[in-house]
Design a protein around this ligand. Structure first.
Ligand code: ADP
Length: 312
């Protein structure tokens, strides 16, 4: 498991991570959520021993990463999918990584299958789409068959099929009892992917709870629908304790996802012409939550980051 205790990282005057504490348990997919610049990558780099904390500590299985024996078999990470020799094929990249880590060659073909790289494994990386690079990065992270997986924005660049595939893979890895931590700046991505959420804003912890609890804290799920029988649908939704309002020919439901609303519509035999999750509102609520929290706890902040990320 991963434990972060009082973790703080300062770059000059900028506080990238600010007294952060949380634990990531095995057997679950944990989403690390926060707007861009919130400190997610920095935290992950600190967990992986790629940077030193200003204070506090980050532990993997009770130890700092640097003192782990055989770290590549314990922890697999996808940090920046761009960091691959462009002239090499995906397979060659994985073979070099496997050899360096003293891992068996056959593992390369296993992870190529796991990551769904297929025929692309033989092609040069410079011709890869961002989605293929992500898959290659995920394949590399899985090489050592590690019990802890850390993925920074793995959904970035994946197409819909890729997102579905990744969700399945993360679920499988968690079901195998592994510790799975993935970051994203988009709530909608995490909503369907993570069992638990650790939410941060400007380096500080905002929420650490199940995904459902965090969503409830933001006003819960919402759905929008259109139906030729609005009165009956409104009555049925209200009868089930949901708040439903008509806006023109659209009904907005609070406290239920599109999936839950579709079950209600099916039960009572009301046809739907449109049904969607109200993710936009939730995304807004999440941004407000991260901003409000910071204002409340630390007073006025400089409006721009003091040091651009590129100046590492
Ligand atoms: P996230 O991953 O949530 O987008 P980061 O961890 O990349 O956030 O960045 C958090 C803050 O720390 C940002 O303000 C960023 O500009 C700053 N930062 C990150 N790395 C460095 C660095 N090496 N030098 C200076 N500032 C940095």
């Amino acid at each position: 498991m991963i434990e972060v205790r009082g973790l703080t990282k300062r770059y000059g005057n900028a506080l990238a991570v600010d007294d952060l504490s949380f634990a990531v348990e095995p057997g679950k997919v944990t989403g690390f959520l926060g707007p861009n610049g919130a400190g997610k990558s920095t935290t992950m780099r600190l967990v992986l021993g790629l940077d030193r904390p200003t204070s506090g500590e980050a532990l993997v299985d009770g130890q700092p990463f640097a003192s782990l024996r055989d770290p590549l078999r314990r922890v697999g990470a996808l940090l920046d999918a761009g960091l691959v020799h462009p002239g090499r094929s995906g397979r060659a990249h994985l073979q070099v990584a496997a050899r360096t880590a003293g891992l068996p060659r056959r593992r390369v073909d296993e992870v190529i299958d796991l990551a769904g790289l297929g025929g692309a494994a033989g092609r040069r990386v410079k011709g890869y789409s961002l989605g293929m690079r992500q898959r290659l990065g995920i394949a590399a992270a899985l090489l050592g068959n590690p019990s802890v997986l850390i993925f920074d924005e793995p959904i970035n660049g994946l197409d819909l099929d890729g997102v579905r595939w990744l969700r399945g893979l993360l679920r499988q890895l968690a079901d195998e009892g592994r510790t799975v931590l993935l970051s994203s700046h988009l709530l909608a991505e995490m909503q369907q992917t993570a069992d638990r959420l650790v939410v941060i804003g400007r380096g500080r912890l905002i929420a650490d709870a199940t995904t459902d609890e965090v969503l409830q804290g933001m006003g819960g799920p919402r759905a929008r629908l259109r139906t030729p029988e609005p009165d009956r649908m409104l009555a049925e939704l209200t009868r089930r304790g949901l708040t439903a309002r008509a806006h023109g020919d659209e009904i907005e439901v609070e406290g239920a996802s599109a999936e839950q609303v579709s079950v209600v519509a099916h039960e009572v035999g009301v046809p739907l012409h449109h049904l969607s999750d109200g993710t936009h509102d939730l995304e807004q609520a999440y941004l407000e939550l991260t901003e409000r929290h910071v204002d409340h706890r630390s007073g006025p902040q400089p409006s721009a980051p003091t040091t651009p990320k590129e100046e590492r």
